[in-house]
Design a protein around this ligand. Structure first.
Ligand SMILES: Nc1nc2c(c(=O)[nH]1)N[C@H]1C(S)=C(S)[C@@H](COP(=O)(O)O)O[C@H]1N2
Ligand SMILES: [Mo]
Length: 265
């Protein structure tokens, strides 16, 4: 399913069609425009190719109805251009992601809080919901206009948990067992940061991180951790998966990662 062999770090070659070269189901900093040189060096030194970075599981396990059948036969990722794809690319750094139903999904809130909590999907649905419509911007260049997201304000969950004075950051973990993200407490309390249950006015699909993902409207889409399972209040920022590999921790769209995209919020 990889469009190139593991271990390669150079730009895509002929195995990726020109029109789809940036549509492949991967997050590859070497392909990003304006990618800081430092990040390329880090990735090269780590010997990272497409190996751990390709979203093969999204393809293997099927995308949404209608898209899945085609996507299974399209390792180039050109399905990202189909109407059903809505311009989105599907990413996962994990090779396999379990599916969680409403019955077995859980979100834990813990760390430096007075009232640790575990939410079910129904529990989250019962809380006040916020709907926002903003552009989505990936750090590799693609942008999807005016995408509705809906869910519980992260600030409300933090409020309910009772953040202790020493809690200055939030770490997010995922039931894919691999991805993580982070925000400062100030960022996490913004009104445009959601624990999202819906995207494009539908329940979040598995490939988009369902049943629950983080949505950080003003930042590059890598901050919006899919398959969210843990919210842990920490004393300082713990860089997330991509941030350990060189992405900016403060990922404001247009003001980070050496990019000048129009802001999304
Ligand atoms: N758990 C998890 N969350 C993730 C990622 C991932 O690989 N795993 N990729 C990030 C990146 S780089 C992007 S661009 C978006 C892609 O979201 P989408 O698959 O819904 O388009 O998810 C972000 N959240
Ligand atoms: Mo991304």
């Amino acid at each position: 399913m990889n469009s190139r062999p593991p271990g390669r770090t150079g730009p895509p070659s002929g195995d990726v069609p020109p029109t789809g070269g940036d549509v492949a189901h991967r997050e590859d900093p070497a392909d990003g425009h304006g990618t800081p040189v430092g990040r390329r060096l880090v990735l090269t030194m780590l010997g990272l190719g497409a190996a751990g970075v390709v979203a093969a599981p999204a393809l293997q396990r099927g995308l949404e109805a209608g898209l899945g059948a085609v996507a299974d036969k399209d390792p180039t990722g050109l399905t990202g251009l189909l109407p059903n794809g809505g311009g989105f690319r599907y990413y996962s750094v994990a090779t396999s992601v379990p599916r969680k139903s409403a019955a077995d999904y859980r979100l834990t809130v813990d760390g430096l809080v007075d009232h640790p909590a575990t939410y079910t999907l129904d529990g989250l649905k019962a809380l006040p919901q916020t709907r926002m419509v903003r552009d989505v911007q990936c750090v590799t260049g693609w942008r999807v206009p005016e995408t509705p997201f809906e869910g519980v304000g992260l600030s409300a969950l933090l409020e309910a948990a009772g953040v202790r004075p020493e809690g200055r950051a939030v770490r997010f973990t995922c039931f894919d067992g691999a991805y993580s993200e982070s925000l400062t407490m100030e960022q996490a309390r913004r009104a445009d940061v959601l624990v999202a249950l819906r995207m494009r006015d539908e329940p979040l699909s598995h490939s988009h991180g369902g049943p629950v993902r983080l949505y950080v409207a003003p930042m590059y889409f890598y901050k919006s951790a899919k398959w969210l399972s843990g919210i842990t209040v920490t004393d300082s920022v713990r860089p997330g998966y991509w941030e350990e590999l060189g992405y900016d921790v403060d990922a404001w769209v247009g003001r980070s990662n050496g990019r000048d995209d129009a802001p999304t919020a």
